[in-house]
Design a protein around this ligand. Structure first.
Ligand SMILES: Cc1cc2nc3c(=O)[nH]c(=O)nc-3n(C[C@H](O)[C@H](O)[C@H](O)COP(=O)(O)OP(=O)(O)OC[C@H]3O[C@@H](n4cnc5c(N)ncnc54)[C@H](O)[C@@H]3O)c2cc1C
Length: 367
């Protein structure tokens, strides 16, 4: 290994998972370096939403709404997939932020820097070496970095997971898929609508109205027709109903369906390494919300790493990460423990049922 400064933790990727892990490391008194390949973190360029858990976490990390380019939304509108039924659910807990993900991620990484993390941008990790006594990363720019434990937060298609003999979430994403369409359009009514339907499998779409942009993200495990075709049928119906601008959307983009894959992965623990954020499939199954699970998995990984650094057998303690995140996050990530397909007809006529669906979506609650 080289003579680079050896940090307690080396975090690969400066998105929400990596930034939250770095903040948690500094709060625990651990030295930490974050290696981010971009000049800033690089999330999808479309408005996103945060539920109350994510808002609380961002706030506790010192990221205020204006720094994240956030506007608050309250309540959730549920619509049937055929757009014939609609219900507005109001509940004091059903609120959150609509954010520009790029600004949110940059603000979180800045919070890590303020907390004392060494943040290196333009530092793409090209190789990761997990040794007996330490870990080391090579970057494209040539500089090396060392740590005692690596936290792998380089996103769904993680290149570093393989070095730890782990599978990145994208490799085990299930059948079906997600499709994203966006419109550049002024909107003076920010908010979140959830479209829900059941054919052969549950279909969920989220319309997020943010500042200057509208986004529709639809996902399903129904493979009878391509997800893109299902999305374009929905777009046409929503345009006809006046819910979306008449103009064609920007080119629809496919995304692997990551929701719940953390629960499918055999392990998130490699040699001196933990897999966190979307790299580890920490994405909620019903809503596809990934920012809160990314933040929380980063924090939980640091708690495990801190225990491991103080333990006589570091690797043995690292293996407790599986139990730690399952106790905290598994219910949040899992599909609600009921057959939503059967319940959908009730959702629009029964206020108690619509409230439960809205809370499952936005608060990650079980039924
Ligand atoms: C279309 C779409 C819409 C979404 N909308 C929402 C939403 O509204 N709300 C929500 O909560 N979630 C949403 N998600 C999910 C959410 O964006 C992710 O789950 C979340 O960003 C995961 O954070 P992360 O830090 O794990 O990974 P990422 O945000 O992907 O960050 C990974 C970082 O690692 C860096 N990196 C990658 N490789 C390397 C390398 N070799 N070396 C160094 N750095 C590297 C990347 O540049 C990137 O900055 C959405 C996802 C998609 C695809």
């Amino acid at each position: 290994m080289s003579t680079a400064t050896r940090h307690a933790l080396l975090v690969i990727g400066g998105g929400p998972a990596g930034a939250a892990a770095a903040c948690a490391a500094r709060a625990a008194g651990l030295s930490v370096a974050v290696l981010e390949r971009g000049a800033t973190p690089q999330p999808d360029d479309c408005p996103g939403w945060l539920g109350p858990a994510a808002v609380r976490t961002c706030t506790s990390l010192g990221v205020a709404a204006d720094a994240a380019g956030a506007v608050e939304f309250r309540g959730l509108r549920l619509r049937s997939w055929d757009l014939k039924q609609c219900v507005d659910v109001h509940d004091p807990e059903l609120r959150g932020w609509i954010v520009e993900p790029a600004r949110l991620s940059a603000a979180l990484l800045e919070a890590a820097r303020r907390a004392g993390a060494e943040v290196r941008t333009g530092a793409e990790v090209t190789a990761l070496h997990l040794g007996e006594d330490a870990v080391a990363a090579d970057t494209r720019a040539g500089a090396a970095a060392e740590g005692q434990i690596a936290l792998l937060a380089d996103g769904a298609s993680s290149q570093t997971a393989g070095a730890a003999h782990l599978l990145p979430a994208q490799r085990i994403a299930g059948t079906g898929g997600g499709v994203l369409a966006t419109w550049d359009v002024a909107t003076d009514a920010p908010g979140v609508e959830v479209l829900i339907g059941a054919g052969r499998a549950l279909r969920v779409a989220t319309i997020v109205r943010g500042a200057g942009r509208i986004r529709l993200y639809a996902h399903t495990r129904d493979t009878t027709s391509p997800a893109g075709t299902q999305l374009m049928t929905l777009v046409a119906a929503a345009q006809a109903a006046g819910l979306l601008p008449d103009s064609p959307p920007g080119l629809p983009q496919s995304r692997p369906l990551l929701g719940g894959t953390a629960l499918e992965l055999e392990s998130h623990v490699g040699k001196r390494a933990l897999l966190i954020g979307s790299a580890g499939g920490f994405v909620a199954a019903l809503s596809q919300e990934g920012i809160y699970p990314a933040l929380r998995s980063g924090q939980l990984a640091v708690e495990t790493a801190a225990r491991a650094l103080a333990a006589p057998l570091l690797q043995d303690e690292l293996t407790s990460f599986g139990a730690a995140w399952r106790a905290d996050l598994a219910d949040y990530l899992r599909m609600p423990n009921t057959d939503l397909g059967l319940l959908i007809p009730l959702v629009f006529g029964n206020p108690q049922m619509s409230r439960r669906v809205a809370r499952a979506f936005l608060l990650g609650q079980t039924f």
